[in-house]
Design a binder for this molecule. Structure first.
Ligand code: SER
Length: 584
């Protein structure tokens, strides 16, 4: 069964069970500074898991584009992917364990035709905070899963939370036995030898973990399930790796034709990173030196390096992008329209990196000459690391070149520095998560409303082309990217500030209405019409000043905002300006 057929079967099945289909949110979260990318289906739905009413009701089903970069360095093995699609069904205070497990079982065995004898399940074992989930185990038994294939594990395995704070709860996970012999007598679904492959995770999200580590009950009991589409396609197609399914095989095969040196690992890295880069760029991501831009940069660099390793002519990149879009267009038709910009961004970044490599080689020469003068025969790890960090010069290239010149390298010192560096970036992204998934405090809500005022004011001062390109809010400031070809003049900036402050002084009421996308468009609402919230949307109206499609929440009156000030106006990328502004 092709991935698209699994997706369609899934959506139809849950629709039949009263769920409304909502489309994927973008890979780059809007108005959520706490995360770099959407890493799970729950992320865009956090406000609704916390109790806000979803315009489409209490039963939803979706297919969410996700990117997880924690294991980026593992890509190249036979299973890791950074980009994947997660199918999910959602109960927002509607059904709970019984119905959720029943539907999962029915979908797996009847719709996908999975042999029930190959299914094992795991449930939460309980601890001092939350009791053992015997309820789920009993339901599984009723479904026919024998006791010896129902396992209980602790928080490490059967508890789900994104980051350190937020909605969470025990989960029950489903595993398919691949038929591989057990690796030992202790082999069970918690073992990653490959015998048991996790296929679905149903989270019973009824708790909230607070900043101080305590656990409280949410207003409602939710269900959040996640089924990795590529992995399921792999299993149903009887393949051993996701790279063999129809979503990856064409690129893998093409690389095999183009390569002059064979490396399956490099082919997987190129295939995977190209996929992830295309999806990020299509959703508005651009390479840069920080945060998500840096992740994209790393993906493109690593892909380029491995194209070099395979000795594939880099001029082929344009064709590879075309082929990948062709492969994906049934799943993501919008990629076709974005083909030119995707090509432009990825190829430009590749070209930059090729220059970096050239530059790095020059620095490498200097370093070798210095080492010669000092009569050294070993290139120390610190120097290697500096080449890597400052010039993006890959350590394996340093190592190869050094060998050619009769030097050895201190790879262990490099590894140590590299690990420290990785640890730091991992902590960095962890903290981002901690910063508050779903953290909608008073200050961020104010900035959210101020962003609407700014958006409208920009359109008044600069023209209707000045539409939103990105938005990011922290407790300290708002950041707004918009389309505009040149730098704003000081007069224009002042005008925008004055307009926003005038609307604040008028203390306009902020109201919210639900309507269909079509009605919203007709009402003159601005905002992103693409890829959002499904058919019904919320439209926030600020007095007679602005009307914008948005998930909320917002303040009730603009008078609450205080004084608005633009701190910076700068270029964000070609044709896109960026404003940072504060409320004083
Ligand atoms: N949130 C859970 C996960 O990501 C289920 O969707 O696995």
């Amino acid at each position: 069964m092709k991935a698209i057929d699994i997706r369609n079967k899934y959506l139809n099945f849950f629709e039949k069970h009263g769920h409304k289909v909502i489309p994927s949110s973008p890979l780059i979260p809007e108005n959520d500074p706490s995360v770099l990318f959407t890493t799970a289906g729950m992320q865009p739905l956090v406000p609704y898991l916390m109790g806000e009413k979803h315009p489409e009701g209490t039963r939803l089903v979706d297919y969410q584009k996700c990117l997880r970069t924690n294991d980026i360095d593992e890509v190249g093995d036979n299973r890791h992917l950074t980009y994947f699609e997660m199918l999910g069904n959602w109960s927002l205070g509607d059904y709970f364990k019984e119905e959720s497990i029943k539907m999962s079982y029915e979908f797996l065995t009847q719709e996908l035709g999975i042999d029930p004898d190959k299914l094992s399940v795991t449930c939460f074992a309980g601890d001092e905070e939350v009791p053992r989930d015997t309820a789920s185990a009993e339901i599984w038994k009723k479904m026919g899963i024998p006791e010896d294939r129902i396992y209980f594990f602790g928080k490490d395995n059967n508890w789900w939370i994104a980051g350190e704070e937020g909605p969470c709860g025990p989960d029950t996970e489903m595993f398919l036995d691949t038929g591989k012999p057990a690796c030992s007598e202790h082999c069970d679904p918690s073992c990653d030898c490959g015998k048991y492959v996790e296929i679905w995770n149903n989270v019973f999200m009824e708790f909230y973990k607070t900043k101080d580590g305590g656990i409280t009950k949410l207003k409602q009991r939710n269900v959040d399930t996640g089924l990795g589409l590529e992995r399921m396609a792999m299993l149903l197609q009887g393949k051993k790796t996701p790279f063999e399914i129809e979503l990856f095989a064409p690129i893998m095969d093409e690389l095999a034709k183009l390569q002059k040196v064979d490396s399956i690992e490099s082919r997987r890295i190129v295939t995977e990173h190209l996929r992830a880069s295309i999806m990020i760029v299509a959703d508005g991501g651009r390479p840069s030196n920080i945060d998500r831009g840096y992740i994209l940069r790393r993906l493109i660099r690593r892909m380029t390096r491995h194209l070099n390793k395979l000795q594939v002519d880099l001029g082929e990149l344009a064709n590879l992008i075309e082929l990948d879009i062709e492969t994906l267009k049934e799943m993501y038709p919008y990629l076709v329209e974005k083909k030119d910009v995707i090509k432009q961004v990825i190829i430009e970044e590749k070209d930059k990196f090729v220059k970096t490599l050239d530059h790095g080689e020059k620095e490498f020469e200097k370093m070798i000459n210095k080492a010669k003068q000092e009569n050294k025969t070993v290139i120390d790890g610190y120097t290697m690391f500096k080449l890597y960090e400052t010039y993006g010069f890959p350590p394996e290239i340093t190592s190869d070149l050094a060998k050619e010149k009769g030097f050895t390298v201190d790879a262990s010192e490099f590894d140590k520095l590299f690990k420290e560096h990785q640890e730091k970036s991992r902590l960095g992204s962890g903290q981002k998560f901690k910063g508050g998934l779903g953290e909608q405090n008073e200050q961020t809500i104010k900035y959210h409303t101020a962003t609407h005022l700014l958006h409208k004011a920009l359109q008044i001062v600069l023209g209707e082309h000045a539409t939103q390109n990105g938005s990011n809010i922290t407790v300290e400031r708002l950041r707004f990217d918009f389309n505009h070809p040149q730098k704003m003049t000081p007069e224009e900036i002042k005008k925008v500030e004055d307009i926003v402050n005038e609307q604040i002084k008028r203390d306009l009421p902020v109201t919210c209405e639900e309507m269909t996308l079509e009605e919203a468009r007709k009402s003159g609402a601005i905002g992103l019409f693409e890829n959002k919230y499904g058919d019904k949307v919320k439209v926030y109206t600020i007095g007679d000043f602005s009307k914008e499609i948005c998930g909320g929440p917002h303040v009730t009156h603009t008078g609450e905002l205080g004084h608005f000030k633009i701190k910076k106006e700068e270029s964000s990328s070609a044709g896109v300006r960026r404003i940072k502004a504060i409320l004083e």
